[in-house]
Design a protein around this ligand. Structure first.
Ligand SMILES: O=P(O)(O)OC[C@H]1O[C@](O)(CO)[C@@H](O)[C@@H]1O
Ligand SMILES: O=C[C@H](O)[C@H](O)COP(=O)(O)O
Length: 940
């Protein structure tokens, strides 16, 4: 049997004398608990100095906390408390279990600077107890004379105490006295004493390190004393421990103790500390094997624990050699060694040994803190030409009414004046500070990633619509898969061809499916979940749930369903954060972490931008406000097409921005239209409705784009340039653009957090699906205006044949209009190329902006603007026969029918808003159909 497990037969508990973030995250601590009977953890200031100060493991958290204006002390406490909480949670099942034997504890020490300060210790002990907020934390208090009353008081308060730095027997007696008195105080106050656990940490190796050289010196001098000393080398610590144990048995046996025991009190167990051997001449297990005995704890460093696992010989030895132990302590004075004096020295020295590394740790945190606060945000350059004056005026106006301050105070009247609107705004502003909250969840998410990898998963598929999947899409394109990550796919379409492609490209049984839906009611993700769950059921039967994860809001029906389906994990997001503002919540960060990205750093960058935007008090310039004011004012002056220009790797940033900006601002006939993926051209092809925004990387030339942008700027078009250092700065950009979107909405006087016109398409689709369920197929509602070469055209415009219909349709274009291509097709490069060609030709011929999106994805993104924004769109919808259709388990319709219903439903919604539409049904082969249509498109 593994000696670490076998030791339990002797009623000794092994605790680990170490803590660090990596072992909490990478599953090592969990494995020691599960496989090696580890029953607790102790930390001390020197341990934290090593974990935090000597590694980069905490750097992103330190920076994030520094940016929030936390002091060095607060940063240390936050880091230590978070680790202790995480460890407490790992031990919680043991602590709550029937066989806890007073184990399952994690110790956190009060500041070593308080070693001689009774009141300070009491205050800090109570504060840490409350902050950690776990019943299985032990507050560590030194056994100095000043510490004793604090121990009594904390015990009386019902706080578990680990008494540390005990070196001598007399002091040990006083420690037990403080413990008993504390319990008695409680009883007197009529308070319960059960489950208040305490340990007395008797430090061993440090005793021998001090006394041995003295004994060796005397031994070297020879004679009678010399031989007496020789026999005592290496014996003083063990002898002290053995006699302490005898005292323990005595103290926790008499009538005084029995009275407390009768009330349910547990003894204050002796804990052997400082048990890592420091003398190469001794056996590495000296302070472990010799001290095994009932109702004791040994807290052991990692290395010693590992050696014990390899060659430990557990046996009950604590009461062996008691006579010798007594003899050693009795005769020490004969050698001129006053043990009391020496243990007093050890106590003072012990405080020093904790204070020094702790001081260094605080210094290193302080340096990192100052550095973090000095780091600038991603720069933004605006060249607005003739528009600059109007934008400056707006910024002045906003500053005059203390916009930034009001924004952080969630003053909803900055946006709208009606009470219902204001209430809705206030209830969706959780995104403002959610990055701070998520800093505290990084370990939890990283722990989960390790769990998933340990379980053998090889691939991740994130499934959801709109804001619930946009951030993962951006991460996947902008970053290479991280070293510790898994390959990731994103499914955000009901197109059967795409569902098939994803299914064929992943190892199903080893794929983790994340169903991401804030509301838990969106039809598409629920359909994806049902489809793949059925597949997994075929492979794994009742264990299918192991492959599924939900990210959703608390209380949704989906929570109940996912629980019933035994999902591996349900991440509960934040009701006060809307989908399109959720990039920095579980929705963005769980997939990012699984993909292997350093989410702590992404959050740190975001918090850097938060700070610049005034999250922690005055900020000279608010980058989010400046961008938002510019975009808002430009839109009001007719420059409402935000044309995004990015290097290849950032192409999908457009998808995220489209959703954020279009769904937030496109309402009440107003809005900013994001134009993404449009090839950049010469000034002559553009109307006067554009603002060009370039988001790229510092130091990456991207000349093709930047030269054209210069020309556009010279031609009088406003341009904005944002240059990130690296992709981690997306954290900053997510945040900047969220603020900017909210600010632009304030300029328009609209609520950025609702999407009133999305529902129109959903309702129409629901109606059509009812017909499908009743009649087996979609109703044919309108007659084609032309049908040619296998392609059919539906529109309100008239014409003889495809070319005339197309001509008549595009002839409706007015300056300031835009073309919107809506492709309910399987995404492929051939389809995308044809769509791009169509955009380019329309743009060149009609000088209008062009957008393009795959359906149904865009319904949860730009779809709001299409119906709620200004009436400037020319909508061309593409559908096909769904040649690769796929059945949906448990439903009477296929993915293809569902997708067609969504297309038709949206068309109906567009008609109800009097939008100009053309539906082009491409037949069985979408790629061919698109080429046919392009061929029919008149050239002039
Ligand atoms: O996360 P959910 O609730 O499934 O919603 C997905 C998307 O649908 C919308 O609610 C509306 O289209 C978006 O705002 C949202 O991001
Ligand atoms: O809780 C106990 C202490 O953390 C630890 O055992 C100190 O050991 P050291 O003497 O090796 O520093």
């Amino acid at each position: 049997m593994n000696p670490l497990v076998a030791i339990r037969q002797f009623d000794q508990s092994l605790w680990l004398d170490f803590i660090s973030r990596p072992i909490l995250i990478n599953g090592k601590l969990q494995r020691r608990i599960a496989d090696e009977a580890l029953r607790g953890v102790t930390s001390n200031p020197a341990i934290f100095a090593k974990s935090i100060g000597d590694s980069a493991d905490y750097d992103s958290a330190i920076k994030a906390l520094a940016l929030q204006g936390k002091t060095t002390d607060e940063i240390y406490t936050n880091l230590a408390v978070s680790d202790v909480q995480a460890a407490c949670d790992l031990f919680r099942p043991l602590y709550d279990g029937a066989d806890n034997s007073s184990d399952g504890y994690v110790s956190l020490e009060v500041s070593p600077t308080l070693v001689n300060d009774t009141e300070g210790t009491i205050e800090e002990g109570m504060r840490l107890w409350q902050t950690v907020d776990r019943p299985n934390v032990m507050i560590k208090v030194p056994a100095t004379l000043e510490g004793l009353p604090a121990i009594r008081r904390l015990i009386a308060e019902g706080i578990n105490v680990n008494v540390t730095l005990i070196f001598g027997l007399e002091r040990y007696r006083l420690v037990t006295e403080a413990f008993l008195a504390g319990l008695e105080d409680r009883l007197q106050a009529g308070l319960p004493v059960a489950r208040i656990d305490s340990v007395a940490s008797f430090f061993l190796s440090r005793i021998d390190v001090l006394i041995d050289p003295m004994l060796e010196k005397i031994a070297a001098e020879g004679g009678e004393k010399g031989s007496l000393a020789e026999g005592m080398v290496g014996e003083v610590a063990l002898s002290s421990a053995k006699l302490a144990y005898q005292m323990y048995k005595e103290i926790f046996a008499g009538s005084r103790w029995e009275a407390l025991k009768a009330q349910g009190a547990e003894t204050q167990r002796l804990l052997w500390a400082s048990t890592g051997n420091k003398n190469p001449k001794y056996d590495d297990l000296k302070y472990v094997e010799n001290l095994i005995g009932p109702k004791t704890v040994n807290t052991v460093p990692v290395e010693t624990l590992d050696i014990f696992r390899e060659k430990g010989q557990p046996a009950n030895r604590l009461e062996e050699g008691l006579d010798k132990a007594r003899e050693v302590l009795r005769r020490l004075p004969e050698l001129g060694i006053d043990l009391d004096e020496q243990t007093n020295f050890l106590e003072v020295d012990g405080a020093k040994k904790f204070n020094e590394p702790f001081g260094k740790l605080m210094q290193s945190i302080d340096i990192k803190r100052t550095q973090a606060q000095g780091q600038a945000v991603v720069p933004m350059a605006t060249r607005l030409g003739g528009y600059q004056a109007a934008v400056d005026k707006k910024i002045e106006e906003l500053n005059d009414k203390n916009f930034t301050e009001g924004f952080w105070e969630k003053k909803a009247d900055l946006w709208v004046q009606d009470e219902a609107g204001q209430q809705s705004i206030r209830s969706f502003m959780g995104w403002l500070r959610v990055a701070e909250t998520m800093v505290g969840r990084v370990s939890e998410i990283e722990q989960f990633v390790n769990e998933v990898k340990a379980a053998g998963f090889k691939h991740v598929v994130v499934m959801g619509m709109g804001g619930s999947t946009m951030a993962p899409i951006v991460f996947k394109a902008a970053f290479e898969q991280g070293e510790n990550g898994l390959p990731m796919s994103v499914l955000d379409t009901t197109d059967p061809g795409t569902v098939r492609e994803i299914e064929a490209s992943v190892p199903l049984a080893e794929t983790l499916f994340i169903v991401a839906s804030k509301s838990g009611t969106t039809a598409e993700p629920l359909a994806f979940g049902d489809y793949f769950y059925a597949k997994l059921k075929e492979l794994k039967g009742d264990k299918a749930g192991e492959n599924f994860v939900a990210i959703t809001d608390p209380g949704s029906k989906f929570v109940t369903d996912a629980t019933a389906a035994n999902y591996r994990r349900i991440f509960l997001n934040f009701p006060e954060v809307g989908g399109r503002f959720s990039a920095l919540t579980y929705f963005g960060l769980v997939p990012a972490a699984l993909y292997g990205l350093p989410i702590g750093e992404i959050l740190e960058r975001a918090i850097r931008m938060m700070r610049a935007c005034g999250a922690y008090g005055s900020s000279e310039r608010n980058p989010g406000l400046e961008l938002g004011a510019a975009l808002g004012v430009l839109a009001e002056l007719g420059r409402d097409k935000l044309t995004l220009v990015v290097p290849e790797k950032l192409s999908d940033l457009g998808l995220w921005l489209e959703q954020l900006i279009a769904e937030s601002t496109g309402k009440e006939g107003k809005g900013i239209l994001p134009v993404a993926g449009e090839p950049l051209g010469e000034p002559g092809i553009y109307g006067q409705d554009r603002v060009f925004v370039y988001v790229g990387y510092q130091g990456e030339a991207d000349e093709a784009n930047t030269t054209k942008l210069k020309a556009l700027e010279q031609a009088g078009h406003p341009t904005i340039t944002i240059l990130m250092d690296d992709a981690l700065d997306l954290g900053q950009e997510f945040y900047r653009w969220e603020v900017a979107t909210a600010v632009a909405s304030a300029v328009f006087g609209i609520n950025p957090f609702d999407q009133p016109n999305v529902q129109a398409a959903k309702t129409a689709t629901d109606g059509l699906m009812k017909v499908v369920e009743e009649q087996g197929s979609l109703p044919e509602k309108s007659q084609p205006v032309a049908s040619q070469d296998g392609v059919t055209y539906y529109s309100a415009v008239q014409g003889e044949g495809a070319a005339e219909v197309l001509k008549a349709f595009f002839a409706q274009a007015r300056p300031g209009d835009f073309l919107c291509l809506q492709a309910y097709l399987t995404e492929s490069s051939a389809v995308s190329e044809s769509l791009q060609e169509l955009r380019a030709r329309v743009q060149a011929q009609y000088h209008i902006a062009t957008t393009s999106g795959y359906g149904p994805r865009f319904l949860h993104s730009t779809g709001q603007y299409h119906k709620g924004g200004p009436e400037t769109g020319l909508f061309v919808q593409f559908t096909d026969d769904n040649p690769n259709d796929l059945a949906l388990p448990g439903r009477s319709y296929t993915f293809g029918t569902f997708k067609n219903a969504q297309a038709l439903g949206d068309l109906e919604a567009l008609h109800s808003y009097n939008r100009r539409t053309l539906r082009v049904h491409l037949g069985a082969d979408a790629e061919k159909g698109l080429r046919t249509m392009l061929a029919a498109l008149p050239t002039a």
